[in-house]
Design a protein. Structure first.
Length: 222
């Protein structure tokens, strides 16, 4: 589990194709000084497992499914990527809960200055857009950001200078790919409502769902 608060930018050292998959090797600093085999790291919002670590270098095995559904397959040596270690018991809970399981990739359509901030429009598939709401959360390349507008095939967000300076979103341009993960809460709500409509819940589970949905409404989530 992650929060979408990027700790540092890593550098791609190599992406070696191995059959249908690949091995990704990165160079880092802050979070690579305390890595162990089996640790989980979100790389551009994609949760990967450390398979080797030495000083400021770490490697990760990437499945064919991940290469197909994210922008990791297009990485080249020297590219920078967003890095975030998994949550620990003493971690600060900023941003929002991010699983590191990107739903799909989207494409930056445009970006324009708005005062000292910047508005970015991102084209996205229906599988992502159906879970977005204005002022809701979305992870873009692993960055926790707030949705501004939503259209039939795209959404917009606004980034501040600090976010632009500390993450890949600051130097990505129109036409570049970004990994997208909607808020997991929306998926749970959808599933519960589907079960309710289908009449699949037991009376006890149905009552529990009703209480949960009521709390979501009271808190302004739905």
């Amino acid at each position: 589990m992650f929060t979408g608060l990027i700790i540092e930018l890593g550098e791609v050292w190599a992406l070696e194709r191995r059959g249908p998959g690949a091995r990704l090797t990165l160079k880092g600093h802050k979070i690579f000084n305390d890595l162990a085999l089996g640790d989980s790291i979100a790389i551009n919002g994609v949760c990967l497992t450390v398979t080797s670590a030495e000083r400021d270098m770490a490697s990760f095995d990437v499945s064919s499914e991940t290469l197909k559904n994210t922008n990791l397959g297009g990485l080249r040596r020297g590219d920078r990527v967003n890095l975030e270690p998994s949550l620990r018991p003493d971690s600060k809970l900023g941003g929002h809960f991010v699983t590191g399981h990107a739903e799909a990739s989207g494409t930056i359509r445009s970006r324009r200055a708005e005062g000292n901030a910047e508005r970015i429009e991102i084209g996205a598939p229906a599988s992502v857009l159906k879970y977005l709401v204005p002022k809701g959360s979305v992870a873009v390349d692993g960055i926790s950001l707030t949705v501004v507008d939503i259209w039939k095939d795209a959404f917009s967000l606004v980034i501040i200078p600090h976010t632009a300076a500390q993450t890949t979103i600051g130097f990505k341009k129109a036409g570049d790919s970004v990994n997208l993960e909607p808020d997991i809460l929306a998926k749970y709500v959808e599933r519960m409502l589907q079960n309710k409509v289908a009449g699949e819940n037991s009376p006890d589970a149905d009552a529990s769902n009703e209480r949960f949905i009521s709390k979501l409404k009271d808190s302004g989530f739905i």
